[in-house]
Design a binder for this molecule. Structure first.
Ligand code: FRU
Length: 311
């Protein structure tokens, strides 16, 4: 009887050892888990980003991507990242809703040894591995210069901001104002936070139309808000001689490129999502290679002369 139980114990030990060894092996060869903390999957540009990122990741069998959607809520996004930290993900990609509220948790992940890729919107720290995005000051500047040309150096502008606490909004404003700075007869008469949302673009334009007899140009920090403003003006029979400028330049039926072709927008500026580049960088980091601290993506002005090339 005793002999039998010793035998069983030895057998159990062997089984446990095999299980442990194969677990260890499994860990070596299994997928890396990338947690992607997205600030709001509901916007068209972010849907495109998710799609691009997942399509790129699908090329690599050793990469699993888990996306969390903060639905434009800073505290939810902090909790999402905290969760990823607890789950011991291998790498974090984050597109932060607003800079300040997300800074600490990005630092926390980085301090725990998790490589961090900050995508498109910035945080106020340099405790991350790499930042990937286009230069929003440059885009704003190009938009300002384009506006000055459309207006022939004179006119009243409505500026519809993206979420004020997000860095692309701050930078798109800064660049734009530099772009129009040399034109004393160009004036931003009204500016409001549209939180990147088309429905807010509509509301802000409705308010602006009530306050002002003439708005010569609407500069919105993204295409959905610019298109919203256009629709509000059209609805109120107040298209007057107003120009509309947006940013993103998504292709597809609802995108900015089509809106330029439809003559709703006078221009848009391509703002690449960086989904592919994020996975490229993640692959490098996970295999121990170095990546640049800043990976800059290119932009392009789209107007009626070249919109056909971008469909
Ligand atoms: C989507 C979006 C884009 C914009 C980007 C800036 O959330 O608003 O339209 O270009 O974020 O971060």
């Amino acid at each position: 009887m005793k002999k039998l139980s010793i035998k069983i114990n030895v057998f159990a030990l062997i089984l446990i050892s095999i299980a442990l060894v194969s677990c260890g092996k499994k860990k070596e060869s299994t997928a890396f888990t990338i947690g992607f903390s997205q600030c709001n999957s509901a916007e068209p540009w972010r849907e495109a980003m998710n799609k691009e990122l997942l399509a790129e990741a699908a090329k690599y069998p050793d990469i699993d991507v888990v996306i969390s959607d903060a639905q434009q809520d800073n505290s939810k996004q902090v909790a999402d990242v905290e969760n990823f930290i607890v789950q011991e993900i291998d790498l974090l990609i984050i597109s932060p809703n607003e800079a300040q509220p997300l800074t600490r948790v990005v630092e926390k992940a980085f301090e725990k040894g998790i490589p961090v890729i900050v995508l498109d919107r910035k945080v106020h720290t340099d405790k991350f591995t790499t930042f990937i995005g286009a230069d929003n000051i440059k885009i704003g500047l190009a938009a300002g210069e384009f506006a000055a040309k459309l207006l022939n150096g004179k006119g009243k502008i409505l500026e519809i901001w993206g979420l004020k606490g997000s860095t692309p909004a701050m930078e798109r404003d800064k660049g734009f104002k530099e772009g129009i700075a040399n034109y004393p007869d160009i004036e931003v008469i009204y500016e409001q936070d549209g939180a990147w949302l088309r429905r807010k673009g509509i509301e802000i334009m409705e308010n602006a139309l009530q306050r002002y007899d003439q708005i010569d140009l609407v500069y919105a920090h993204n295409d959905p808000m610019a298109i919203g403003a256009y629709l509000a003006a059209k609805n109120a029979n107040r298209l007057d001689n107003t120009f509309f400028i947006g940013i993103d330049g998504l292709s597809g039926a609802e995108g900015g490129v089509q809106a330029v072709q439809n003559k709703q927008l006078n221009a848009t500026f391509i703002y690449p999502t960086g989904g592919k580049e994020a996975i490229d960088a993640a692959k490098k980091i996970l295999s121990g290679r170095k990546v640049d601290k800043n990976i800059m993506l290119n932009t392009k002005t789209i107007d009626i002369t070249n919109a056909g090339d971008f469909k």
